[in-house]
Design a protein. Structure first.
Length: 447
């Protein structure tokens, strides 16, 4: 996998989970809100955190104790580790060599090149039943032996999450991050499906949960995300910022099943084009933890969006369905299945078109074949219909990737990794199709 893809995948996992309670997580009764067992991870898509109130308000003593313990433990590498708990700090370094058969994601005259890459990811998690903090820092460089112009790609990111139970009824959570990427990926919302130079993906947000009744809780959330391209022409056409304000109600039907209803207000602003829009989403669904290992969240609703159309006489309103779901099943022997799906509007990632109606899905399978051998399969799929109201040149295209990898552990600190990724765009515009295969063989060092 490219270093940029590693950054997106790992940062995406931290952001989606956000270090916040998920269905099935047990919170001590003296601090847990009545619906904590089925509280969902608050919204947010791609990426740090604030633990102080305004006006220089002091942190609770429990926070200072936890931070102090964390700093002490971090700077005592010789301290014996607790074998019953995972390491709080994990550092992974991956040197690799590989081959890319379509460096510039073109349909014809494809440029092929060998590659050499070095990537690193550091993650740190600490906290207790009331306070949870996590951070991630990643970086990488890929060098091409046959790429005209700039022969290197740089990538990197920093992200963090925090959650805190202020009282038995009140929980606050925050997350933020920024990622620097060089290659297109179907996992980036609003991104372009072909090579367009370096770009920055940023996201930040907070959530407040409050238990109104023993079974009824209120959620208020705010998220902002956007993309900025380093190439000025690309940024003027595609750079954007999108905000989401969420108001939701959760009703605990059983200890493992919660009914959910939400309203979202989502203004979208482009930096230069003036193709701004304002959307509203109303949805209802459920969150279920059938077992501590099996979680399923589902929402179904409707979306309405009003656009600032640049086409004379064009209709400037969109109305359509909205679907969002996530399924996770943890299996024995370090195996599991994660699946997510979303249908709704997104920033298009195409010049001259404000939004796309997009079906986005991701599947991640991992399995331990033997004590030392593990495998993974990742599929990311994005089908977009570009339907600028009043525009006769509507079209659709699919952008997807399939990644398969094997890792053989030589020992606890060293492994060998073989990986292959296939990218493809299937478009109704004939000149937009392309496919690309990236392979790599490398080492994985864990510290």
């Amino acid at each position: 996998m490219k270093t940029g893809a590693w950054a997106v995948a790992i940062a995406g996992c931290l952001l989606a989970l956000g270090g916040r309670p998920t269905a099935g997580e047990v919170i001590p009764e003296e601090i847990a809100p009545p619906d904590a067992i089925a509280t969902p991870p608050p919204g947010g898509t791609v990426a740090v955190d604030s633990t102080t109130g305004g006006g220089g308000a002091s942190l609770p003593s429990a926070v200072w104790t936890t931070l102090g313990d964390a700093v002490t433990e971090f700077f005592e590498p010789g301290r014996p580790r607790n074998s019953g708990k995972p390491d709080r700090f994990v550092l992974s370094v991956r040197p690799a060599i590989g081959y890319d058969n379509n460096v510039f994601t073109t349909q014809s005259d494809q440029v092929r090149s060998g590659t050499a890459s070095l990537s690193s990811v550091g993650a740190y998690n600490f906290g207790d039943e009331r306070l949870k903090l996590s951070g991630l820092l990643s970086g990488g460089v890929t060098a091409y032996d046959n790429r005209p112009g700039d022969a290197t790609d740089l990538s990197g990111g920093i992200s963090g999450t925090a959650s805190y139970f202020v009282t038995r009824r009140l929980q606050v959570a925050a997350q933020a991050g920024i990622t620097y990427l060089a290659q297109p990926s179907p996992t980036v919302i609003g991104g372009t499906p072909r090579y367009s130079g370096d770009y920055i993906v940023a996201n930040a947000g907070f959530d407040v949960f409050y238990s109104l009744r023993p079974r009824l809780s209120l959620r208020l959330g705010y998220d902002v995300n956007g993309i900025k391209y380093t190439d000025e022409a690309q940024n003027q056409a595609l750079g954007y910022t999108q905000q989401t304000v969420t108001l939701g109600l959760n009703y605990l039907l059983t200890p493992r099943f919660t009914l959910v209803t939400e309203y979202r207000y989502t203004p979208l602003s482009y930096y230069e084009t003036g193709q701004d829009s304002v959307g509203q989403i109303v949805s209802a669904g459920f969150m279920a933890s059938f077992t501590p290992r099996l979680l399923w969240n589902f929402q179904l609703g409707a979306e309405a969006r009003k656009l600032n159309s640049t086409t004379p006489g064009a209709t400037s309103e969109y109305t359509g369905p909205f679907v969002e779901t996530r399924f996770s099943y943890e299996l024995p022997r370090d195996a599991g299945v994660d699946f997510s799906l979303r249908y709704g509007t997104e920033p298009s990632g195409v010049a001259g078109i404000s939004i796309s109606e997009t079906l986005r899905a991701a599947l991640n399978l991992r399995y331990q074949f033997a004590t030392r051998l593990t495998g993974n399969l990742e599929i990311a799929y994005q089908h977009s219909h570009y339907d600028q109201p009043g525009d006769a040149d509507d079209y659709s295209q699919a952008f997807y990737s399939v990644t398969a990898g094997l890792t053989y552990r030589l020992n606890a600190a060293l492994g060998v990794n073989l990986q292959a990724t296939y990218f493809a765009v299937d478009s109704e515009l004939p000149s937009s199709d392309y496919n690309r295969t990236v392979t790599s063989l490398g080492l994985e060092l864990l510290f």
